[in-house]
Write a protein that binds this ligand. Structure first.
Ligand code: TXA
Ligand code: MG
Length: 315
């Protein structure tokens, strides 16, 4: 398949690229686009065939549902059966932004996109290009992160090109900065809302908006509530080790000198969030065998960072 690459330098120069992209989406195509978290790979959520192409391009397991992206808050009513007060409060406070809300789905939403679940995950991204693209195509876009399944989410256009060139209709590249980690996912279908995936928006911010929530995504019956969590994620090929202190890193390093080791260090948590997935990918490209990282406190975006690090260091 021929993949067009649209490089956008500023939103003013974007118009013709975005119009062409919107047309491709209306015709059932798949397009990678930037968001304020990571790049997404989008298709028309009401078109089962188009949504199937996302799974194919990523090599994504069919039982892992997608997030639906909208550009206007009202679009939530075309996707969700009902929108409870708590959802409205969260939308008012955090949308557009890196928060995904799970609600009971309407029948029109493709079962392929929700992997057969009766719920749907919805998010209104803040990135202007994403908003324009959804607005111009006039359809909500089912969009997981735009990486090959199993690889770290793409935070740069080049990562998407590495993973999806020849597999999708187009890739929109913009070098605008992003958060670098995926959105916070909150499930509002249970009696007490549950955070299924930590992100930039913290449990405390959510608690302050809607009251009591649970941060545990353990599921009583064994199958995870968030199907994505059962897959190995965010993982570079190199083995990732995390440490409590510099001294532990140094000791480990000294004992493993025969291996090709990359030590990652950051000056603060936001910089770490922004660059972690990029650094995983670069370490792999340069053939490192081990990646060593110092843990951070689980405050603020720290809980999202530690969540991704734990997943990456699982064997
Ligand atoms: O920041 C983000 O959320 C990015 C950008 C592109 O928006 N998207 C993203 O999508 O990270 P993805 O597919 O890589 O992760 C979505 C997660 C998966 O773990 C999936 O299992 C979960 O959300 N999910 C989606 N729909 C769900 C549902 N109805 N019930 C429970 N979990 C759901
Ligand atoms: Mg993903």
């Amino acid at each position: 398949m021929k993949t067009q690459v649209f490089r956008i330098n500023n939103i003013g120069s974007a118009k013709s690229f975005l119009e062409e992209s919107a047309q491709i989406l209306k015709n059932g195509g798949v397009i990678a686009f930037p968001t304020e978290t990571v790049y997404g790979l989008g298709a028309n959520v009401f078109d089962e065939k188009a949504v199937s192409k996302i799974f194919l391009a990523k090599g994504r397991p069919n039982d892992n549902p997608l997030i639906v992206h909208i550009s206007k808050k009202e679009q939530i009513y075309s996707l969700a059966k009902n929108v409870p007060q708590k959802a409205k409060k969260l939308m008012d406070k955090f949308w557009p932004g890196p928060l995904t809300i799970i609600l009971e789905k309407k029948d029109v939403v493709s079962n392929k996109a929700t992997a057969g679940l009766s719920s749907v995950a919805i998010r209104m991204p803040k990135n202007k290009i994403a908003q324009e693209l959804i607005g111009l195509s006039k359809i909500p876009l089912a969009a997981p992160s735009a990486n090959s399944s199993g690889k770290p989410s793409p935070t740069k256009g080049e990562h998407v090109i590495d993973d999806l060139m020849g597999k999708v209709d187009a890739i929109i590249v913009s070098e605008e900065e992003n958060i670098g980690l995926e959105s916070t996912v909150i499930d509002l279908t249970s009696k007490i809302p549950v955070i299924l995936r930590p992100g930039k928006i913290t449990p405390l911010q959510i608690k302050n908006t809607i009251g009591n929530i649970s941060t545990s995504n353990e599921n009583v019956k064994g199958s995870p509530k968030c199907p994505g969590v059962k897959y190995k994620h965010y993982s570079p090929k190199a083995k990732v080790y995390t440490f409590k202190s510099e001294k532990e890193i140094q000791d480990f390093y000294n004992k493993n000198k025969s291996k090709k080791i990359k030590k990652l260090a950051y000056s603060n948590k936001n910089e770490m969030a922004k660059n972690l997935f990029r650094d995983f990918r670069e370490a792999d490209k340069r053939g490192f065998q081990l990646i060593l990282v110092k843990e951070v406190s689980e405050k603020g975006i720290g809980s999202a960072i530690m969540n991704r690090l734990r997943k990456a260091s699982q064997n």
